[in-house]
Design a protein around this ligand. Structure first.
Ligand code: BV8
Ligand code: ZN
Length: 236
């Protein structure tokens, strides 16, 4: 840990990739872990455009349930530590697969949401986007002023990531120091940022309670909960 504290202090640039694991201690279930969100549902059934066109109400019930959960959740010490790390770093990018908005609420500024944002809804007919922060949407699926059905503003399987956000993530990944935190590293292209950072010469540090497919790639693996490990990296 001491060596990594040094790395944090001396890095000219830091990039971080987070996944659902960093929000676990805020009470938001992960996707693939025990009791994960995918347990009761299969990703193919819900997080795809096909599922949405087949049954928009079912997909919306899942997202509405998650929005309610997230609305009641608070950022945890892991989120706050990343906001402090950004304040202390010369150059800092937070690339997140999470759509929960907890990094924003913890105070991070340069956040790249590569899988979109659960608080944004987009009209499937005219494409109009708006922020809707109601913890529960009374009428599912919500309707746009144009009469079209609105969808969650997230990236589903088979959909491309927002091009501008993804380009910035690819530019940020080759930092001096790259953290990969709380992700099972199975979803691409996001998971590919770890290898990109590594091949560009970054020092790569994984923080996870379990082994992942990128554990063999990284320079240091800190095994434990992000909410406990991250604050310790900022001591002093
Ligand atoms: C694309 C929506 C192409 C938002 C998500 C076969 C068929 C179809 C597609 C594919 C295929 N093979 C490959 C693909 C591509 C596919 C993919 O990668 N599939 C995988 C599953 C094989 N990718 C895509 O489809 C992407 N798009 O490729 O487009 C294209 C290209 C060009 C032009 C047009 C099209 C789109 C991917 C985005 C999918 N959307 N979600 C939402 O509802 O949230 S993915 C979903 O998984 C979430 O977004 C989540 O962010 C993401 C990754 O999950 P994690 O965040 O890692 O969470 P998970 O539960 O898995 O893991 C939690 C981790 O935390 C664990 O490691 C655990 O140990 C750890 N942990 C737990 N507690 C803690 C902890 N760590 C620390 N502390 C703790 N306390
Ligand atoms: Zn519309």
């Amino acid at each position: 840990m001491d060596g990594i504290r040094e790395w944090v202090g001396s890095a000219r640039s830091v990039a971080v990739l987070t996944g659902a694991g960093i929000s676990a201690e805020s009470g938001i279930p992960t996707f693939r872990g025990p009791g994960g969100l995918w347990r009761t549902y299969r990703p193919e059934d819900l997080a795809t455009p096909q599922a949405f066109s087949r049954d928009p109400k079912l997909v919306w019930e899942w997202y509405d349930w998650r929005r309610g959960l997230i609305a009641r959740a608070q950022p945890n010490p892991g989120h706050f530590a990343l906001a402090e790390m950004e304040r202390r770093s010369k150059k800092f990018a937070l690339i997140t697969q999470n759509v929960d908005g907890l990094h924003d609420r913890a105070g991070n500024r340069n956040i790249l949401k590569v899988h979109g944002d659960i608080w944004v809804v987009r009209c499937a007919a005219c494409g109009r986007e708006r922020v809707d922060e109601r913890a529960s949407i009374p009428e599912l699926p919500p309707r746009c002023a144009c009469g079209g059905i609105e969808r969650p503003g997230v990236v589903w399987f088979g959909e491309s990531l927002p091009a501008d956000v993804w380009a910035r993530a690819e530019q940020a990944a080759p930092a001096d120091l790259f953290f990969v935190i709380g992700t099972s590293a199975v979803v691409y292209p996001a998971a590919g940022l770890v290898a990109l950072a590594k091949s560009a010469g970054a020092k790569v540090v994984e923080i996870n309670i379990a082994e992942t497919p990128v554990s063999g790639l990284v320079d240091a693996s800190l095994r434990g909960p992000a909410a406990e490990i991250l604050p310790g990296l900022l001591d002093g």
